[in-house]
Structures are given as structure tokens and as C-alpha cells.
Write a protein that binds this ligand. Structure first.
Ligand code: HEM
Length: 483
């Protein structure tokens, strides 16, 4: 801000910012006190709607550096050369809590990353978990309603949470993950990130690969126990946000090593798990992690509202060489995010400083709307035109995908080894005895808050189907707690 006297919004100097204007000493306030009216009116409009999910978060800018050649898989320009760097913005979040909720809670963490590439912004909107609770976007609003506040009690209710999970057995894998040690990261710096969905990479020759992204924390994984988190959440609700800001302020820049799993397109149809089912991982033995980058966070935002609250990520923001997969969840998300932002921030959200392209510019024929900044000046606003306006390229960002059959409300296809429990059971069996004990204890504490037996029994039964021992122990622990 430049130096000089305090002014009104219109730039006129302000004489008195402490006393409003009255009719005589002690008299009522005058409408002609436009400074008072302007201040109260602006104050009344300070908030925008919080994100319907992931409302609570913290962000930072950084740098992505390519460390290995992946040009045989993708023609994305920002991945074209070893050593190439791209500016990024990453917003971490929790899912269920409101804007002012505590950070140290058991909840997945958002890991939303914007690459400001020379071919436009590429948004990878992932989580700190490789899988998710459901596999069809049509279930997402119902799922989130069970995680948020009950319409009658106004609180999160164990009945709703476990009712939905019990009736949606595909959630068993993600719930097992969530109630394990990684369910409460010690900070945003000490957790991994995942693209979670399968995405398409395509190379110059037009060959297609299905990929999954992994961001492994260089700080090491650190988690909080349920007991530690309860204390921290009460003492310092902003713990994770503060930790991130302070680390960057002291030059202790957090970083992640970036990997990709690559499946040649021809292998998708016969892979043992449906590669487009978000409740499943691809075991590394099937598709090993290929290291290709380093992500470092090195600059704090200067204004949280402008740069974090108004940041807008969309899984539909792709660049040439990268595209969606037929994952039904992802397809729903391709619509959901920009639509949410049109409501939450406005139709020109993508042109705010944090959201607009930094390494190129947006050249569209769209115009106007709330808070349009006039950036197109007098340029023509239609195509085709004879005035040298921007033109279509004729080259799609991603390759077409073959489809068969007729339209209909279809169930996600099941591959040879797919069922709702196999990977949850595998995860349980991978745990040490101590990890299993903590998992069962965390889950039992949560399930014991359920008021109806059939809801608790159904939820427990899902874990029994994942692993007999898991189910037995959980049942016993819940019984002990409920008396
Ligand atoms: C069909 C399923 C889903 C739908 C409809 C959905 C919808 C949304 C919406 C509407 C927002 C708020 C966007 C905004 O206001 O800016 C959001 C935020 C977010 N979602 Fe999803 N979501 C889904 C699944 C997922 C999955 C599977 C992941 C991770 C793999 C995910 C990660 C995130 C993250 C990280 C944010 C916060 C982005 C930010 O920091 O601004 N969501 N989601």
C-alpha cells in the first residue's frame, strides 16, 4: 500500500476514523456519515461461503522440479526436461470440519496442488490417502452429509457415520486406513500426498498410459495418537497451519519426492483390480513407483483470504499430455469443483491472482460477469473472427477412450480379484501387532458411540469380512466399551 492519509473506498481523505458523525453532541448518527456506512457495509460482506467440504486449510507456494525423464509417457511441457522447474501452490485441508475447526483431528487431509505451467494451470486435487470411501460420485453428497452436522442435533453423529459406512461396504478399505496410525498426521509436512484417482498420460506419439501419483514426504511420516491429538486440538486448534507457516518462515522448506505408477493402456482391461475403482490401490509389486520429481514449498501466502480462502482447484484443469480416466468418481469431480467455485467465489474466480495462469495467460472469448477486470480491453469476443483473436488448436489435450454398450445406471465393473474387502484385509494383515491394537481401539471408541445395535453390527461385519481376526477383536472391544 502506498503512503498517505487514510481514505474512503473512493480514495477521499478521512478526517476522523474514531467518531461517527452525529446530529449534535450525543445525538443520533447521520446518514451522511458515508465512512461509517461504507465500513459497516463492507464488514457485513467479508465472508464468502466456506467450501462445502475441505473448508479448513492452509496453503503455500513452491517449486516443482523434474528429476527424471518421463517424456516417453507424457508430452506435458512442464515435464519435458530433467531440471525443469514450475511454480506451484499447494493447499492442505481437513475434510469434514468447518472453517474454524481444529487441525489435529482424525480425517483425511486434502493435498490440492496447482502447477502454473506454460500450457495453463494443471490442478491435481488429491488427498493424503491413496483410496477413497466410495466409487461413484452420485453417492458423494449423501456420504458428506453423514460426515457433517446432523440436521437435528447440529453435531457430527456416530450413527450417521457408521450407518453410511456399514451400508457402503466399499468404504471398508478407506475406513481401515483412516482409523489406523496415519489417520491423524502430526503436521501437513509429515504426511504423503496422492492423486488417488487414475489419470491419463499420453505422449507425442499418441500412446496412452494410466497413471497414479504419489508424493512421499521427505520429512518422514509422523502421526499423532488419538490421545495426543485430543490434547493438541484443544490447546492449539491451528496447529497444522501454524507448523507449515513457521517452517517456511524459518527456511525449513518441506519437500516431497514425486513418483508415478504407470500402466500401459492395453493392460487395464485385464488387470486383476479395476484400475478405475478409487477404493483400490495398485500394489507396487504390479506397478512400481517411478520417481520423476521433487516438490518443495518455499513461500507463504501474504494474505490468507486472497490466496488460500479464494484459491480454487479443479480436477478438470488439465494441460496437453494429461487427462481424465473413466473413473466414475473423477468424472463427477470434473463438474463439481468449478461449479462450486462459481457459487463460492464467482464467475471470474479463475482470474484472481492465485488462480490465474502465471506462466501463460488465459485467452478466452468469455467476458464480463461479477468483478470482471476488463483484461481483454477492446479485443473481439467471438471466434472465428478476422481480427487476429486467439484460435482453437485442433489438438485435444488427451487421447480418446474406447467405450462399448448402451447407456444406463451401471455398476462399476468388477475385475478378477475385486471385492469390497480384499484390500482392507491386506492392509490389516500388513500392520504390526501394536498398529492393529491402536486401529481396533480407535475404531471401537468411534463405533461405541453408535446408538442402534444393527448399525454397529453391520459396520463391524464389514471389518470381519476384511479379516476374521480384525472383526472379532473389534466386536469384543466394542462390547467391552458398551458394557
Ligand atoms: C465425486 C466425489 C467428490 C466430489 C463431488 C467433491 C466435491 C468437492 C467440492 C465441491 C469441493 C469444494 C471446492 C471449492 O469450493 O473450491 C471439494 C474440495 C476438495 N476435494 Fe473433493 N469431492 C469429491 C471427492 C474427492 C476426492 C476423491 C478427493 C481426493 C482424492 C477430493 C479432494 C478434495 C480436496 C483436496 C478439496 C479441497 C481443495 C482446496 O484445497 O481448495 N475430493 N470437493
Amino acid at each position: 500500500m502506498t503512503q498517505g492519509p487514510l481514505t474512503t473506498e473512493a480514495g477521499a481523505p478521512v478526517a476522523d476514523n474514531q467518531n461517527s458523525e452525529t446530529a449534535g453532541v450525543g445525538g443520533p448518527v447521520l446518514v451522511q456519515d458515508q465512512l461509517l456506512i461504507e465500513k459497516l457495509a463492507h464488514f457485513n460482506r467479508e465472508r464468502i461461503p466456506e467450501r462445502v467440504v475441505h473448508a479448513r486449510g492452509a496453503g503455500a507456494y513452491g517449486t516443482f522440479t523434474v528429476t527424471a525423464d518421463v517424456t516417453r509417457y507424457t508430452r506435458a511441457a512442464f515435464l519435458s526436461e530433467v531440471g525443469k522447474q514450475t511454480e506451484t501452490f499447494l493447499r492442505f485441508s481437513t475434510v469434514a470440519g468447518n472453517l474454524g475447526a481444529a487441525d489435529a483431528v482424525r480425517d483425511p487431509r486434502g493435498f490440492a496442488l496447482k502447477f502454473y505451467t506454460e500450457e495453463g494451470n494443471y490442478d491435481l486435487v488429491g488427498n493424503n490417502t491413496p483410496v477413497f470411501f466410495i466409487r461413484d460420485a452420485i453417492k458423494f453428497p449423501d456420504f458428506i452429509h453423514t460426515q457433517k452436522r446432523d440436521p437435528y442435533t447440529g453435531s457430527q453423529e456416530a450413527d450417521n457415520v457408521f450407518d453410511f459406512w456399514g451400508l457402503s461396504p466399499e468404504s471398508t478399505h478407506q475406513v481401515t486406513w483412516l482409523f489406523g496410525d496415519r489417520g491423524i498426521p502430526a503436521s501437513y509436512r509429515h504426511m504423503d500426498g496422492f492423486g488417488s484417482h487414475t489419470y491419463q498420460w499420453n505422449n507425442e506419439a499418441g500412446e496412452v498410459f494410466w497413471v497414479k501419483y504419489h508424493f512421499k514426504t521427505d520429512q518422514g511420516i509422523k502421526n499423532l495418537t488419538a490421545e495426543e491429538a485430543e490434547i493438541l486440538a484443544g490447546k492449539d486448534p491451528d496447529s497444522h497451519q501454524r507448523d507449515l507457516r513457521e517452517a517456511i518462515e524459518r527456511g525449513d522448506f518441506p519437500s516431497w519426492t514425486v513418483y508415478v505408477q504407470v500402466m500401459p493402456a492395453a493392460e487395464a482391461a485385464t488387470y486383476r483390480f479395476n484400475p478405475f475403482d478409487l477404493t483400490k490401490v495398485w500394489p507396487h509389486a504390479d506397478y512400481p513407483l517411478i520417481e520423476f520429481g521433487k516438490l518443495e514449498l518455499n513461500r507463504n501466502p501474504e494474505n490468507i483470504f486472497a490466496e488460500v480462502e479464494q484459491s480454487a482447484f479443479s480436477p478438470a484443469h488439465f494441460v496437453p499430455g494429461i487427462g481424465p480416466s473413466p473413473d466414475k468418481m473423477l468424472q463427477g469431480r470434473l463438474f463439481g469443483y468449478s461449479d462450486a467455485q462459481r457459487y463460492r467465489i464467482g464467475i471470474n474466480a479463475d482470474q484472481l491472482p492465485v488462480n490465474r495462469p502465471h506462466a501463460t495467460e488465459a485467452r478466452t472469448h468469455s467476458r464480463d460477469g461479477y468483478l470482471y477486470d476488463g483484461r481483454h480491453k477492446g479485443a473481439k469476443n467471438y471466434e472465428p473472427n478476422s481480427f487476429g483473436g486467439p484460435n482453437q488448436t485442433g489438438r485435444p489435450l488427451w487421447q480418446p477412450v474406447a467405450v462399448t454398450g448402451v447407456t444406463g445406471e451401471t455398476v462399476t465393473p468388477v475385475h478378477a480379484e475385486d471385492n469390497d474387502f480384499v484390500q482392507a484385509g491386506n492392509l490389516y494383515r500388513l500392520m504390526t501387532e501394536e498398529e492393529k491394537e491402536r486401529l481396533v481401539k480407535n475404531l471401537a471408541n468411534a463405533v461405541s458411540g453408535v446408538t442402534r445395535d444393527e448399525i454397529a453390527d453391520r459396520a463391524i461385519n464389514n471389518f470381519r469380512q476384511a479379516d476374521e481376526d480384525f472383526g472379532k477383536r473389534l466386536e469384543a472391544a466394542v462390547q467391552a466399551l458398551r458394557g
